[in-house]
Design a protein. Sequence first.
Length: 235
Amino acid sequence: MMTIRGLNAGYGGLDALVDVSMDVETGKLVTVAGPNGAGKSTLFKVLSGIVPARAGCIEFDGINLLGIKPSDRARLGIAHVPEGWQVFKSMTVLENLEMGALIRPDRKSWKHDLKRIYELFPILAERRGQLAGTLSGGQQQMVAIGRGLASAPRLLLLDEPSMGLAPALIDTVFERIGRIHAETALTIMLVEQRATEALELCNYGYVLESGRVVAAGSRSDLLKNPRVQAAYLGI
Ligand code: ATP
């Protein structure tokens, strides 16, 4: 579905991504793990067009993604759920989900998909009329993921969905991401500092450090990789 080759991006004199190459196959869950400041969020920002690439190419379903205006990337089916529960706080839960649905190509299946989102996150159904800003952090994260799903994406980018959540909620969020992937076969890229949980979920993963890919492989390869075990899995 997507190939990234020789990608470079940064801010002023700083190189945040250096010669990054990745492959994302349709229907797979691809994890990008790595420490703080590794360039994970920058990668997603380049994909959604918030940060320009300095070099390299990205092909998304045969299209040169870097040649597409950022405002048109969402219409291609790329849904970016940024880190930090970015919801419309003064809108209700349902209004937030409807905002996500505005760009869907197919309005007819919206009711059906909304029901699915409520099945995945029953608390959102219960709180559908409540202002999103009054929800707990975990619930706001669910709204943010739900809004991404509402756009009927072909590629869902989830940036640090566990960030700032209480430990019990972190497990729930990872479990729901696994369920979304298992039940919908949606292609998902998951960026996480919590490498253990995120690599456990993936079909394929990459580890970024200081903007460079330092390890790549299937879930089992990465979980067996001594470097990954030592640095991220506490083994
Ligand atoms: P985190 O988990 O902390 O978000 P990350 O892996 O997502 O880390 P990025 O946010 O992509 O990392 O940051 C990569 C590098 O780029 C870091 O050195 C960071 O300080 C720097 N950086 C990120 N955003 C900006 C910005 N807007 N201006 C300048 N430097 C930035």
